[in-house]
Design a protein around this ligand. Structure first.
Ligand SMILES: *[C@@H]1O[C@H](CO)[C@@H](O)[C@H](O)[C@H]1NC(C)=O
Ligand SMILES: *[C@@H]1O[C@H](CO)[C@@H](O)[C@H](O)[C@H]1NC(C)=O
Ligand SMILES: *[C@@H]1O[C@H](CO)[C@@H](O)[C@H](O)[C@H]1NC(C)=O
Ligand SMILES: *[C@@H]1O[C@H](CO)[C@@H](O)[C@H](O)[C@H]1NC(C)=O
Ligand SMILES: *[C@@H]1O[C@H](CO)[C@@H](O)[C@H](O)[C@H]1NC(C)=O
Ligand SMILES: *[C@@H]1O[C@H](CO)[C@@H](O)[C@H](O)[C@H]1NC(C)=O
Length: 429
């Protein structure tokens, strides 16, 4: 019987035997950002807005991102398939009835139907993984894993699968444990954008301090909207499309999904960070971060406003309380600056039920083009001070550009380059 790598390593550590295993890479777990995970659905006669939308199939169908799904005549079908409803009375989320939904390409980014690396992951992580492969021999599915998730959700939805929605955290925990067992080294988690709040919640609320000490070498958080960003308000109002390139997603396609999403609450500017700054300026009144729930209830009055308002009531306060470094985690907070990022948005009319337009004038500030600087730098400026966090700033790359920026990738390779000496006592806990 083969000796499990962890045991081998422990024996090597104790007896000074075969030390080759001690040079194994830290397994790298990649957690994508908002809209950065593929989504597939299975339909069992779900009610669709048009006759031509496929209603029934025995197999999973990729809906995000799929070139067919984003064709203009298919957009209503796509929006229906990504429907997320929340019932405040029972505190439960639901998909469209008779539809199952899951993230696509668990662990190796490969969809079962296509048998190849999904285009969405390739777009985001190709340069990074190419360099890590050349420099350190990292291989997808062996010591690099993609951990996609349902990006409509905030942390509460990930804790367990309920009503066919969520359940990411137990899946993620198991993936990390398996990766550590197989590679004999604690894991590095690399998250981007919404992936960072998603991991912050996982570390604070889902796993124990002992688990973190045992399984996690470190956490690299890229471009995190720790306290949200003003661009999400722009998205509620109708003028922004989540920053994906237009060849991947045509303009204004995801707004109808994102307005209902609980992750949108996390991505909205948090009053504790954005204070009294007027974010939305209209002829008769201005709206600050604290006014966003009211704004949402106004513009979505006859449609999604009540649901999203209730999500703000439930999630925004607790999210503010998560803002501190998780115990037993070395956090590397990396972000970019120097890209103009919307701060205030001027409109020439007041807001109304059904409002859907771009602003007439934008006041720009600093950030990564998508997340405001005030949010990116929360960790070092506002979180309680601790030695377990460090910051690196990479000027002049964008929110998505950071994933393929050579300075960032080199820094990552360098960070991954020093495998931790395993503690033989800890291994047998
Ligand atoms: C948004 O929420 C509303 C209210 O629950 C619901 O009627 C609508 O179908 C939802 N739309 C999407 C795309 O999730
Ligand atoms: C990814 O994993 C799946 C499921 O285990 C497997 O069928 C597929 O061959 C793997 N793809 C690659 C590129 O290794
Ligand atoms: C809204 O904010 C703008 C810009 O800061 C300011 O000039 C204006 O007086 C404010 N309007 C109201 C109604 O407070
Ligand atoms: C939203 O809530 C308000 C106040 O409770 C209510 O009057 C209105 O009918 C609700 N709208 C929808 C679409 O459910
Ligand atoms: C960022 O880009 C601007 C404009 O190209 C340039 O003037 C500036 O020197 C750059 N800053 C850094 C730190 O690279
Ligand atoms: C190894 O871990 C044990 C238990 O967690 C701890 O008591 C001990 O100090 C550690 N030893 C080293 C060398 O880090």
């Amino acid at each position: 019987m083969a000796t499990p790598p962890l045991l081998k390593l422990a024996l090597a550590y104790i007896f000074g035997l075969d030390t080759s295993l001690a040079l194994q890479n830290h397994p790298l777990i990649i957690v994508p950002g908002l809209t950065g995970s593929g989504i597939e659905v299975e339909e069992h006669g779900a009610s669709m807005p048009h006759l031509f939308c496929r209603k029934k199939a025995d197999d999973w169908m990729k809906v995000w991102v799929s070139p067919v799904q984003v064709l203009p005549e298919e957009i209503d079908c796509l929006i229906a398939r990504l429907t997320l409803t929340y019932d405040p009375m029972s505190d439960t989320y639901a998909n469209l009835p008779d539809l199952e939904l899951r993230a696509l390409g668990w662990a190796n980014g490969t969809s079962e139907r296509e048998k190849t690396w999904d285009v969405l992951y390739e777009y985001q992580f190709r340069s990074m993984l190419k360099t890590l492969h050349a420099a350190k021999g990292y291989e997808l599915g062996k010591d690099v894993f993609i951990a996609p998730y349902d990006w409509r959700l905030a942390g509460d939805g990930h804790e367990q699968r309920r009503n066919g929605v969520g359940g990411y955290y137990p899946h993620l925990q198991a993936l990390i444990e398996q990766a550590v067992q197989a590679n004999g080294q604690p894991a590095v988690v690399l998250s981007h954008s919404l992936g960072c709040p998603t991991i912050l919640y996982f570390f604070h609320k889902y796993v124990s301090d002992q688990w973190k000490a045992q399984y996690i070498h470190g956490w690299v958080a890229l471009s995190s909207p720790w306290m949200g960003g003003t661009t999400l308000v722009q998205s509620y109002l109708g003028g922004w499309t989540l920053g994906l390139p237009t060849w991947l997603v045509p303009h204004d396609y995801v707004r109808r999904v994102q307005v209902n999403a609980s992750s949108g609450v996390w991505m909205s500017p948090h009053p504790k960070a954005f204070g009294d700054n007027p974010i939305v300026i209209t002829p008769s009144r201005n709206y600050t971060a604290a006014d966003v729930p009211e704004l949402v209830r106004t513009i979505g009055k006859s449609t999604w406003g009540n649901q999203t308002g209730a999500l703000f009531d439930k999630l925004q306060g607790p999210y503010g309380e998560l803002q501190s470094a998780p115990v037993n985690i070395q956090l590397h907070n990396w972000y970019s600056t120097g890209i103009k990022t919307g701060e205030s948005f001027f409109f020439d009319t007041d807001l109304f039920d059904g409002f859907d337009k771009a602003d007439q004038k934008t006041v720009w500030g600093d950030g990564d083009g998508l997340v405001n600087l005030v949010s990116l730098k929360q960790v070092e400026e506002v979180w309680p001070k601790t030695d377990s966090v460090s910051t690196k700033v990479f000027p002049n790359c964008t929110h998505f550009g950071i994933l393929s920026d050579q300075r960032v990738i080199s820094a990552l390779a360098e960070y991954l380059g020093a495998p931790k000496a395993m503690n033989s006592t800890a291994l047998f806990v």
